[in-house]
Design a protein around this ligand. Structure first.
Ligand SMILES: CCC/C=C/C(=O)SCCNC(=O)CCNC(=O)[C@H](O)C(C)(C)COP(=O)([O-])OP(=O)([O-])OC[C@H]1O[C@@H](n2cnc3c(N)ncnc32)[C@H](O)[C@@H]1OP(=O)([O-])[O-]
Length: 719
């Protein structure tokens, strides 16, 4: 797992060998220790280079080992042995040096990186901290503020920035190992005392206390309730205030707390889930590894509203040619300007040239005739979308993939408007589409494996986390969200306020509670959808009958607000009030509270005390229960798909893994028991009836989430 050779006569070369990313598993750590001994005892060797096989230095500790009993030498000791070596040690960084990989490089006396290499300490993203000395060495090397930035965000830097920060000594465009060998030869025999980072004093900015206080506030705000970023700040604080050996002890102590926390488990589950969803499968047996995507050179976007504009930007940023079609001249002009601005801003941020020339605009749908794939992003209206699909079928060349950005409409109905329904697939982006990472790829019963593969591949090119899901009302994300929203409305009817509900959800970890989020996205959006489903018309009568629609309990509260023109932030009033239309700071609205009181009085509802626990259980367990139904029906292939959708598309707090992982953490028996309780209390809400898959899982002894698929006997839906 680590190989040793001697090159250029005097340089020992240790190569890490653990594909695909040379993760530091026990055998690799052991290998490094043994190869280091060899190199140091070889009298011909004057200096040593450490590199990784296949152009990748090291992706860090082996995350798969985290759940297992520790074996092999601890990484922190391996790195101390490297730093203590009496011959110059040089890290040759190609590909990536991440986490333990960068810590290993920091233990070396010199670091040289290829210009395309990426470096970083992303442990925080896995619920951990860089506990192989990273929190103590990095601040000593590059200063406290820069180290705090890298360690608390986990962001990667490219070689040029690493050089500027002082993380690496040299950057090369040539063969990194050759350059590292040259560097090793040039430093052979030089004293090493000034090269051991652990011996450096940590530069202390004068305003140290204020700096850490500010940083602590920042990390708490950024990831509400997440403990790893807080521990990262504490560990860097130890570097700034304690001698190295005590700092290392503090780093270890903090790591132990994180390591055993549920948050680290959740975040590591998410890491593997994010990768697992790319290995998609469908009920018909189509799979990621047997389906070849079609070649895509030119993509068309139809409709340049908010979604169409974001999609156009995201496509142009991939370097693909884009034809953007908008039949309304005024909207087209506005879109051109907005898309160019977004591209220019994005390019500036990323330090690249804007790809404005990749897009051609047209008011004429004929302009898409030679596109390989079309994404329809017109207004969310079935009749209109059907009409567009008929046009697409007539205009496009044979074999063009036809995609719809619908957020909930039936993809199959749209497919039936064309002569080639196998080429039709949903690509459900999330607003703003050039920013949000999630893409739901929705396959219907007739969608071909190639169409799914093509949409998944395009999503990947666009930098999205793509999840393949079956066709049903709202797909996975919005189908579950509907129940979450509905429960929140019911809680208002029963005595809660928007402030109470939002506080409970924000304390749970959501950046915004459900009502603040609705105000931000616009109440009118859901109103239009409900009207489309024949639900959103308000009933003038009072009592319970006015709150029953299609045989189930229904809350018209959102509709009533819309009727008053209260669409949320954009109108300055919604569930909260804002200082002006478009204002962003929500404040409690006395009008809303008296409106709720008169609503309850009109319908004979008596307000009761509702606590945070009930808010969480009602909103989250309703949604989780629907998640089990989605799994049972095969709309999602596994719980990981649902969790990835919720974390990347619906701001579910990452450190809680996703709704299905959360259910596993809470305990399936408890979720079942609470659902039964709420179902008895609210018999007019049928979806609170616990799903039979949940019952089966509990009856099977509540296996861990990784084993749920064994219980989901029928793996896919009948779609
Ligand atoms: C002592 C404590 C202190 C230290 C703590 C740490 O170092 S914590 C660690 C800090 N380090 C990190 O957080 C870095 C995490 N890794 C990454 O960010 C990316 O994988 C990448 C940028 C290295 C490569 O991106 P890419 O798009 O080219 O490829 P890809 O992402 O698709 O991965 C390919 C395969 O490799 C697998 N795998 C990857 N890394 C690890 C690992 N460390 N371990 C195990 N496995 C790993 C991955 O699951 C996948 O497996 P699959 O599905 O084929 O069976």
């Amino acid at each position: 797992m680590a190989q040793y050779s001697r090159v250029s006569g005097t340089v020992g070369l240790i190569t890490l060998q653990n594909p695909p990313v040379n993760a530091l598993c026990a055998a690799v750590r052991q290998g490094i220790v043994e190869m280091l001994k060899k190199a140091l005892s070889d009298s011909k060797v004057k200096s040593v280079v450490i590199c990784g096989q296949n152009g990748i230095f090291c992706g860090g500790a082996d995350i798969k080992e985290f759940g297992m009993n520790m074996s092999g030498p601890p990484l922190v000791q391996v790195i101390h042995a490297i730093e203590d070596a009496n011959k110059p040690m040089v890290a040759a960084i190609e590909g990536v040096a991440l986490g333990g990989g960068l810590e290993l490089a920091l233990g070396c006396h010199y670091r040289i990186a290829h210009s395309k290499a990426r470096l970083g300490l992303p442990e925080v993203i896995l619920g951990l901290l860089p506990a192989a000395g990273g929190t103590q060495r990095l601040p000593r090397l590059i200063g406290v503020p820069a180290a705090l930035d890298l360690i608390t965000t986990g962001r990667h830097v490219i070689a040029a920035e690493a050089l500027q920060l002082g993380i690496v000594d040299q950057v090369t465009d040539h063969k990194t190992v050759d350059a590292a060998v040259k560097l090793a030869q040039s430093v052979a025999g030089k004293p090493l005392d000034a090269r051991r980072i652990s011996t450096y004093p940590c530069a202390r900015p004068s305003d140290l206390d204020a700096l850490f206080e500010g940083e602590m506030q920042k990390v708490r705000q950024r990831a509400r309730g997440a403990i790893a970023p807080v521990a990262c700040v504490q560990a860097v604080q130890a570097a700034a205030t304690l001698p190295y050996t005590q700092g290392i002890e503090r780093e270890k102590e903090l790591m132990v707390t994180l390591f055993t926390s549920g948050q680290a488990r959740a975040l590591q589950y998410l890491f593997f889930s994010q990768r697992a969803v790319s290995k998609w499968s469908t009920p018909s047996g189509a799979r990621w590894d047997t389906s070849k995507p079609g070649p895509i050179h030119k993509v068309a976007v139809i409709g340049l509203g908010t979604m169409g504009r974001g999609i156009t930007v995201a496509l142009a940023q991939t370097g693909l040619s884009v034809v953007a079609v908008e039949t309304q001249e005024k909207q087209l002009m506005g879109a051109k300007k907005a898309v160019s601005n977004m591209l220019e801003q994005g390019a500036k941020r990323r330090g690249v040239a804007p790809t404005l020339d990749k897009i051609s605009y047209s008011p004429n749908i004929q302009a898409i005739a030679d596109a390989d794939l079309v994404i329809e992003a017109v207004f969310e209206d079935m009749a209109l979308k059907k009409q567009v699909f008929q046009q697409l079928a007539a205009v496009c060349k044979p074999g063009t993939f036809l995609c719809t950005n619908t957020s909930s409409l039936d993809v199959d109905q749209l497919a039936s408007q064309t002569r080639s329904p196998e080429l039709v697939v949903g690509m459900h982006f999330f607003a703003p589409a050039h920013v949000m990472k999630l893409l739901e790829v929705v396959y219907g019963p007739r969608t071909s494996p190639q169409a799914v593969a093509t949409a998944m591949e395009l999503g990947k090119k666009m930098g999205k986390v793509s999840v393949a899901v079956g066709n049903c009302q709202g797909f996975v994300g919005n189908r579950m969200l509907k129940l979450y929203l509905e429960q929140a409305f019911f809680l208002l009817e029963e005595g809660a306020t928007p402030e109470l509900v939002d506080r409970a959800l924000e304390e749970f970890g959501f950046a915004m509670g459900v009502f603040r989020m609705s105000d931000l996205s616009g109440l009118d959006v859901g109103w239009k959808v409900r009207k489309g489903l024949m639900l959103g018309e308000t009933d003038v009568s009072s009592g319970q009958s006015a709150r029953i629609r299609q045989g189930c309990r229904y809350s018209p509260l959102g509709d009533l607000l819309c009727e008053q023109g209260r669409f949320g932030q954009k109108t300055g009033q919604g569930w909260y009030q804002y200082d002006k239309p478009g204002g962003r700071v929500a404040s409690s609205d006395p009008w809303l509270h008296s409106f709720l009181e008169s609503y309850r009085a009109k319908h004979g509802l008596v307000a009761r005390h509702i606590d945070h626990q009930e808010v969480l259980e009602r909103c989250l367990y309703a949604m989780i229960n629907e998640g089990f139904r989605i799994l049972e029906e095969g709309i999602a292939a596994g719980p990981e798909d649902i969790d990835v959708i919720y974390v990347f598309g619906y701001s579910w707090p990452r450190h809680r893994g996703g709704p299905m992982f959360y259910a596993d953490m809470v305990g399936l028996a408890k979720v079942l028991e609470r659902l039964e309780h709420y179902q008895q209390a609210h018999p007019d809400v049928p979806y609170l009836q616990p799903c039979s898959l949940l019952r089966r899982l509990v009856a099977s002894g509540s296996p861990p989430i990784q084993r749920w698929r064994e219980v989901i006997k029928k793996p896919h839906s009948q779609l």
